[in-house]
Design a protein around this ligand. Sequence first.
Ligand code: MN
Length: 459
Amino acid sequence: MPYEIDETHDPSLESWVESANDPATDFPIQNLPLCAFAPAENVDDGTAPIHVGVLIGDQVLSLSRMQVRGMLDEWERSHGVDGWFALNSTGVDAIAELDAAARRDLRRIVSRLLRSDAPDRAGLGGLLEPREGVLIQEPLVTIGDYTDFYASVHHATNVGTMFRPDNPLMPNYKWLPVGYHGRASSVVPSGTPIRRPKGQLAPANEGEAPAFGPSRLLDYELEIGAFVARGNDLGEPISIEEAEDHLLGLCLLNDWSARDIQRWEYQPLGPFLAKNFATSISPYIVTMEALAPFRVPREPRPEGDPQPLPHLDSEHDRTRGGFDITLEVHLASKQMRDRGMAPVRLSRGNFRTMYWTFAQMLTHHASSGCNMRPGDLIGSGTVSGPERSSRGCLLELTWNGGKGDPRPGTDRTPIELPTGEQRRFLEDGDEVILRGYCEREGFRRIGFGECRGIIEPAV
Ligand code: MN
């Protein structure tokens, strides 16, 4: 069943939490993203130390306390929900296993509770606390597996052109969403410092020995992450019609990449150590329900491209498979921060330009019978659009640090920072900030918050 627009998306809704009515907030009452948090003060009220929360303005609402107080009893009964409020690590995961109908009703309950005209606000003391005071640092779910795709044809074409100008896309690209199995253990929340990795670096000339040392070509990749909700049994594929029911929601994702390590190691089995040292995510999951007004048709394929095979195609995916999410990358060097300068924007693009949709990626992933589990994380691949200003990594923005194939018209100049510093790749002390938001005429703007990380020197 597709995610529908309902009363919770009404743009006229306001909340009695005043900060949620600020036009600039990412978290109005129409958003209600999920997170896990440790309360500032651990009150002994029957809840476990980690709560499931919903962000509203600058506050976080504890679903765990609502459950302990019996405020969700009726919802639990009607959906056969049993015991997920025991919020240990297993309990937190269980929210991902709710079916789409249970999640939709939970969203409606929370929305009604937080509206300006909510009938009973008196009993809500203690359910909310300032987001600033609490520790939101863990993803809502335990990430069992992490897979990263390569779903932007603009990114794939740019990168391919740099190294294989005559043959940028591999023959499989337009037939299947290319991906690789990543590393869940190094997925970290926004704000975690990123240690520059060491590794074997591609030799300057063919036939020479590689060096071992700190990566000199460290990069970010602007991506969207999708969390898997319900899983599938081993051997039982997910059909494309069902695929979106298996998705909980989206977050911002930075797939930190060491280009010199990557270039040396990637053939023939794909990226390995160049990407396994860290992947940052924003700690709030913007739910599939919240994103309903921002669904758009899948990006039409250019004339002459093959249509997807039937198992990767559906009417819903063609008409509503995309997401209209504006995505930005900002950078602040250490010198900029020391001098009190605001971060500069490096790029702005939109997630709707992707060649493959999340439904196609998930369907393809499970088409072999591979079992997906609640909390699995799927990265979209670098989100790049057709224009230079919408390229989602430095490799593309500076055209391989100025060393990519010099096609006429290719801009290979380094990035100029307001301090006069130049960037081809990331330097120690650089902070990368990803932002994302959805806007549509007739609907309230919602946002993803931020995904940040500062580069620390190699050990
Ligand atoms: Mn990636």
